[in-house]
Write a protein that binds this ligand. Structure first.
Ligand code: GLA
Length: 731
């Protein structure tokens, strides 16, 4: 474990628990990527992988072919406009309009800590002396630019965190047109690219494609990380599955526009890079100022996707999610959105609370529609005052009544938005993001507040904190229901309009930072039209994120499989809703809906006063199951056993406790088949020498047998039927 510099070889060596990352200095000034992979004790000779002894050689030996060198050297962070024609990491323009950038190695520092990133979410160490950071300082003296490439690791995890800081050391302003956070060049190994793609209500489906010659891009220019493409990319060697194959993954700790690129180019090299999307981005950096680019988490696995997943899960649970709830059971909640939509009042909510309490539910969440005159989605965003026609006596009266039923209370807000039909917009039309003279495009009849403006951030803070101070509120669902366009800020000068998207994200982070520091006991759930902002940036502030507006148990299998590929189960907002499902009309058994939601934070999204007595009785059982299994689901190691998304028949996942004394297997038969015998499932992650008993039976298996021989699942009669199998170690 640790980071060291071999001065003679000019190699920085970063060792995590089971990986090694090597950076070399070629020709005394070029920072090259040598190796990322399985841990290697003795890396003697490694610098040869930079191939500086081959044609076209380094510039000090062959200046006449310097540009060719630039175009095939394996860069650790790629410059722009000086001969490398591949995807650049950085473009900085001078006042004269020149934008070439060539970075030379200057110096380094190795620290026994992990520092935070100014204004941005980032991973952190829990204790002193458990993290390492390498800062490689580079300069382009022609333009007075200092670039600090940072690499951090934690003693207990394999992730490597990269970020970049730019400092203007000159005496004239610079324009940053592009600044990615991480990049490296590798030899091509017939890689496949894996990403998480989708749409509203169909988020994060796993998508694989071959990396053929050219650029393969995953990105968002929507102002949020997006439903469509998640800021995650992995390159896989051929044949990679859950248990085998090499995986190189990047995940962005950022909630706005992003770019992830895999570029296969001449000489059979592949560049992988990630950072803020340069499209529409331009940041003016004054002399003496710095710019901090967000963090990319890099994970390598030589044991397939499963190990990659567990590395991300451990890293995020231990080093990213700050909330005091990260290692706690969350209250089982009932949310009134699918129960009532906008049509509710105090009486209705209290009725729901009363029935919910009788079934073991612990918190009522009042969703959209409680403020201004919002009886549909056409108005009132921005006017965060209680609608007393619906809630006479205000929030406090309602909350007191809900609490009297024995439930906690949670509330929905959408603070980043403004409806054109609102008092806020009528008073401050210039507070909305829009371009003068151009009618702004609406989405869900709303506009986005310009959070690059401190006074707008202040207004949002004042109004939301006033709501939170007005009653005993335990939970907030922070929603964001449209993406950004018509990018114009009434306050930014012309040459700073390109800063708007990033400044907007910084404004959101500032609000969330204030929220969790001033209301430390609040349970925060992030949401964006379902799962439009499911990213590491948000996890820093909120321990859970609403996964998708699609609550259908079958659709959720693919959504939750893709989500759990990177993000821990403990943060996956998952609820049981009513049938026929409101998003797509499917009818599934209540039990299956419960089992699927148990993989996440768990709750209900239905009118409990209207469902059958049988379903209500089942809620009593499900809430008990939640408390029984949640510590395991929340803290355990996750294994993907089978994927309905791939096989179109059945789904299966498993969680194993860290001490391997118990495991919970969830099996969903999506489609029934005839003339087949029982199905064999092989488990993973158990103690091979342990003995495991299937709960409520006398069946005992060795761990070794369950992982190799497996156990048999009898095929239920019918579609959409699920089973839970809980094995407990007995010897
Ligand atoms: C978004 C959320 C839903 C609900 C509605 C309310 O779509 O994802 O859960 O809160 O907004 O308008």
């Amino acid at each position: 474990m640790g980071i060291q510099y071999d001065k003679d070889a000019g190699i920085f060596q970063i060792d995590t628990r089971s990986t090694t990352y090597l950076i070399g200095i070629a020709d005394g000034k070029y920072v090259g990527h040598i190796y990322y992979g399985k841990k290697i004790g003795d890396c003697r000779g490694a610098q040869r992988l930079m191939r500086t002894g081959e044609h076209p050689f380094v510039p000090s030996e062959n200046l006449r072919e310097k540009c060719r060198f630039m175009d095939n050297f394996p860069w650790e962070y790629a410059g722009w406009g000086t001969g490398d024609y591949r995807e650049s990491s950085i473009q900085v323009r001078t006042m004269e309009g020149y934008s070439a950038c060539e970075l030379y190695y200057d110096s380094y520092e190795i620290l026994r800590e992990k520092t935070g990133l100014k204004g941005l979410p980032a991973t952190f160490a829990k204790e002193e002396g458990t993290a390492w950071t390498l800062n490689i300082i580079c300069r382009d003296k022609c333009i007075g630019l200092k670039v600090i490439l940072s690499y951090s690791i934690f003693d207990d995890n394999d992730g490597i965190m990269r970020s970049v800081r730019l400092v203007n050391e000159g005496d004239a302003p610079l324009y940053i047109d592009r600044v990615l956070s991480a990049s490296w060049d590798m030899d091509n190994e017939a890689f496949e690219m894996l990403s998480l793609t989708g749409a509203w209500a169909r988020e994060r489906h796993m998508t694989r494609c071959p990396v053929t010659y050219g650029r393969h891009v995953i990105s968002s220019i929507r102002g949020e990380s997006s439903h469509q493409e998640n800021p995650f990319m992995a390159l896989l060697t051929p044949g990679t599955d859950q248990e085998k194959g090499q995986v190189y993954a990047m995940n962005f700790i950022y909630s706005g526009n992003f770019l992830a690129v895999a570029q296969a180019s001449q000489y059979d090299s592949v560049r992988m890079a990630m950072g803020i999307h340069p499209e529409g981005f331009c940041w003016k950096l004054m002399p003496g100022e710095d710019f901090q680019a967000p963090e990319v988490v890099c994970v390598y696995s030589d044991e397939g996707l499963g190990k990659m997943t567990r590395t991300f899960h451990d890293l995020y649970r231990e080093h990213l999610i700050r909330s005091p709830y990260v290692h706690k059971d969350r209250p089982v909640l009932i949310n009134n959105w699918e129960a009532t939509y906008f049509n509710f009042n105090t009486e209705k909510l209290v009725d729901i609370a009363k029935e919910a309490k009788a079934c073991g539910i612990e918190m009522l969440v009042m969703d959209d529609g409680w403020f201004g005159k919002r009886n549909d989605d056409n108005s009132s965003l921005g006017d965060w005052t209680v609608n007393e026609e619906k809630l006479p006596g205000g929030l406090k009266n309602l909350v007191d009544q809900v609490k009297a039923q024995g439930l906690k209370f949670g509330i929905w807000v959408e603070p980043e938005m403004v409806s054109p039909d609102s008092d806020l917009y009528r008073a401050h039309p210039d507070w909305a993001i829009q371009i003068p003279g151009r009618a702004p495009g609406l989405m869900r009849a709303q506009l986005v507040l310009d959070l690059s403006r401190p006074e707008v951030v202040e207004y949002v803070w004042e109004s939301i904190s006033a709501v939170l101070n007005s009653a005993d509120i335990s939970y907030v669902k922070w929603d964001m229901n449209r993406q950004l366009c018509d990018l114009g800020s009434a306050c930014l000068p012309p040459d700073r309009q390109g800063e708007l998207m990033h400044r907007y994200v910084l404004g959101v982070y500032e609000l969330l930072e204030r929220l969790i520091t001033q209301f430390p006991h609040l349970l925060l759930e992030n949401c964006s039209g379902g799962g439009g902002r499911f990213d590491g940036g948000m996890l820093y502030y909120s321990p859970q994120i609403w996964c998708s507006d699609d609550t259908d148990a079958v659709e959720r299998l693919a959504i939750q499989e893709g989500t759990a590929l990177v993000y821990p189960l403990s943060c996956m907002g998952a609820h049981v809703s009513d049938c026929p499902n409101h998003a797509l009309g499917r009818v599934t058994p209540f039990t299956t809906r419960g089992h699927v939601a148990l993989a996440g934070t768990f709750g209900y999204e239905l009118d409990i006063t209207k469902i059958s007595q049988a379903d209500r009785d089942e809620i009593k059982e499900q809430t008990k199951l939640y408390h029984k299994y949640h510590p395991l689901v929340r803290e355990g190691d996750y294994y993907r056993i089978a994927s309905w998304h791939e096989n179109h028949l059945y789904d299966c996942w498993q969680v194993v406790s860290k001490d391997r004394t118990e495991t919970l297997v969830t099996y969903v038969q999506v489609l029934s088949q005839i003339s087949f015998r029982s199905r064999r499932l092989r488990l993973q992650g158990l103690d091979p020498r342990g003995l495991y008993q299937l709960e409520d039976t006398d069946e005992i298996y060795s761990g070794e047998w369950l992982m190799n021989g497996g156990f048999l699942v009898q095929r239920p009669f019918g579609d959409f039927i699920s089973r839970l199998y809980h094995f407990i170690k007995v010897g």
